[in-house]
Write a protein that binds this ligand. Structure first.
Ligand code: SF4
Length: 350
């Protein structure tokens, strides 16, 4: 590492905690997982917070910790039940990995250091750093999107993508405050989330403004440098809700597909230009009634979801039939629930 490299940028306050920790002690948000030092509870919060907003996570975390209060209770739970508790948070792979991780911990014992947490399935460098520093007070760094942005601006680093990510880790390692590593790391993330925001950062309120290279060079809006976005892929899905009295027909989503293991109404991926007559042919039996359409995004895929329903006199053996009142217990992806509410509204059954 050379002295000129931005990732060697040393915060003046890193030895004492300084203005950043004073600011954090004063301004930090009151979040439920900040009232515990249980590594499992912090682990759950960190996994839920990946790609999900804090306000969305709070009620999920509270319900989860009530139902699965210990790592053993999660390890022993039925997969369908954990998926049902996760539904609506998306990115269901996180949920399955969390349970795999819990089973690993039950078998091998609760890790006591970051290097041991890294061996747990589903726990990457960020999560291991978060659990070890926050729950175990180990002086190790962490970098998420917020810390990366704070670093790029504070140090005036023009790098993007992986180069920026690696530089942010080096910088975080250099600056971790060993007296209160958990609070230090959370303070950096909090600063990125509430002050050094992606758009319109509030530099006037920033406790580190006196040390910020981007601010002094009037380059705040330019940093971090933008990475070329992955081009969006357009898809078209036809969702058919089968109804028979008070029951709806579901099928389990096969392995290898989005939302695998959860339950859905029959869904067909159709060509963007297909006509409605072609779609009717695809479904076969019964006559489709349209209930409208909506758009849904999964990573860089933009899906046009077209919703129809079919009424049956007799239940098809190929589907699992569930009473409408029992559906909340069945793990289903959010767009499937939305499709059902459109159908029920169309039929005047809400
Ligand atoms: S001064 Fe502004 S740009 Fe610099 S770290 Fe603080 S909020 Fe971010």
């Amino acid at each position: 590492m050379t002295a000129d490299r931005p990732d060697s940028h040393r915060l003046l306050s890193a030895e004492s905690g300084g203005p950043l920790l004073s600011w954090y002690d004063r301004e930090k948000r009151d979040l439920p997982w900040r009232h515990t030092s249980d590594p499992y509870a912090i682990w759950v919060s960190e996994i839920m917070l990946q790609q999900t907003q804090v306000s969305t996570v709070i009620p999920y975390w509270n319900r989860w910790m009530q139902r699965f209060p210990t790592v053993r209770s999660l390890a022993e739970a039925d997969e369908q039940e954990i998926l049902a508790h996760w539904q609506g948070l998306g990115y269901y792979r996180r949920c399955r990995l969390l349970q795999q991780g819990a089973r690993f911990v039950v078998e091998h014992g609760l890790p006591t250091r970051m290097s041991e947490w890294l061996k747990v399935p589903g726990v990457g460098r960020y999560t291991a750093g978060a659990i070890a520093s926050i729950a175990l007070s180990e002086p190790v760094p962490l970098v998420d999107g917020n810390v990366e942005r704070v670093y790029a601006r504070l140090a005036g680093d023009d790098a993007a993508g992986k180069v920026l990510h690696d530089a942010a880790w080096k910088w975080a390692e250099l600056n971790v405050y060993s007296e209160r590593p958990g609070d230090w790391n959370q303070a950096l993330m909090e600063l990125g989330a509430t002050v050094c925001r992606p758009n319109s950062p509030n530099c006037r309120e920033c406790p580190l403004s006196g040390q910020c290279v981007a601010l002094s060079a009037s380059r705040v809006e330019e940093l971090p440098a933008k990475v070329a976005k992955t081009k969006a892929v357009q898809l078209r899905h036809l969702v058919c809700v089968p109804l028979c009295g008070d029951e709806v027909g579901l099928r389990q989503i096969p392995a290898g597909q989005w939302w695998e293991g959860m339950w859905e109404f029959p869904r067909f991926e159709v060509a963007p230009g297909a006509e409605s007559a072609d779609l009717q042919q695809l479904v076969g039996t019964g006559w489709l009634e349209s209930a409208g359409a909506f758009r849904h995004s999964v990573t860089h895929h933009r899906i046009q979801v077209e919703v129809s329903y079919l009424s049956f006199e007799e239940k098809l053996d190929s589907l699992r039939w569930v009473r409408l009142s029992d559906l909340p217990e069945v793990p289903m992806p959010a767009p499937q629930r939305k499709a059902l509410s459109m159908v029920l509204e169309q039929m005047g059954r809400t």
